[in-house]
Design a protein around this ligand. Structure first.
Ligand code: TYD
Length: 222
């Protein structure tokens, strides 16, 4: 069976993932590749409902274990409904966040530890691994400031506050950031880190270069 390519995007809130995913999808489609774009949490009907619970900043705080379990429930649904069928149809899946987010935010940020997250990933997601993960790490303070501004604007527009995470303290985000670095150091083959003060165009170019290399590899292997 032909198998597509599974690419995930990771990074702090406000790291520019959404813009880069759109740019990469357009680049790939322009070259005739079938692309599916999705995000976590969300991306399925059930997942969107879980997302509302996960990100609602007004409700009672979720217990960290409940939060993690719901992230995995959302992921299991996305794998079954969107990701696996697309890959089996030979498509390129671009996913905004995957299990690295759970390891960074719940494992690192909430202090639930990597081992628990990885064990759940093995059990619930059959240890499914992305072919490539693009980890966007621009300046720490600028990312957070952007995420918080965006959240305020979205709240003014929609009346909904999806900012449960944006409301966290900087120390929480430092732990998330450190955990991302740890994951990248542990899995250098899969995780490509794009760091520093680059503009949108420069980041896009680096991403395209990395993805083009992987595509070439897939063509050769296939
Ligand atoms: P979202 O609005 O999609 O933010 P972004 O555009 O920055 O990805 O919100 C997703 C939030 O959920 C984000 O703060 C990270 C968090 N999250 C986790 O804590 N664990 C997870 O497993 C996932 C997928 C997301």
């Amino acid at each position: 069976m032909p198998r597509g390519l599974f690419i995930t995007f990771e990074g702090l809130d406000g790291s520019g993932k959404t813009t880069q995913i759109k740019r990469l999808a357009a680049w790939l489609e322009g070259r005739g590749h079938p692309v599916v774009v999705t995000r976590q949490p969300g991306g399925t009907a059930a997942g969107d409902r879980m997302r509302a619970i996960l990100l609602d900043a007004q409700g009672a705080p979720l217990a960290p274990m409940a939060e993690m379990a719901l992230m995995f429930a959302d992921r299991a649904q996305a794998i079954a409904e969107v990701i696996r069928p697309a890959l089996e149809a030979g498509k390129i899946v671009l996913c905004d966040r995957f299990t690295d987010s759970t390891e960074a935010y719940q494992g690192g940020g909430r202090g639930l530890e990597s081992a628990t997250v990885l064990e759940l990933h093995r059990l619930i997601c059959a240890d499914m691994q992305p072919d490539l993960t693009l980890l966007l790490m621009p300046n720490f303070e600028a990312s957070l400031a952007r995420a918080r501004r965006r959240n305020t604007r979205a709240q003014e527009r929609t009346g909904k506050n999806e900012g449960r995470f944006e409301a966290e303290q900087d120390a929480f985000y430092r732990r998330v950031w450190e955990k991302y670095r740890e994951i990248a150091a542990r899995e250098p083959q899969r995780v490509v880190r794009i760091e520093g003060d680059l503009n949108i165009e420069e980041v896009h170019e680096q991403i395209v270069e990395t993805v083009a290399e992987r595509l070439l590899l897939t063509v050769k292997e296939g």
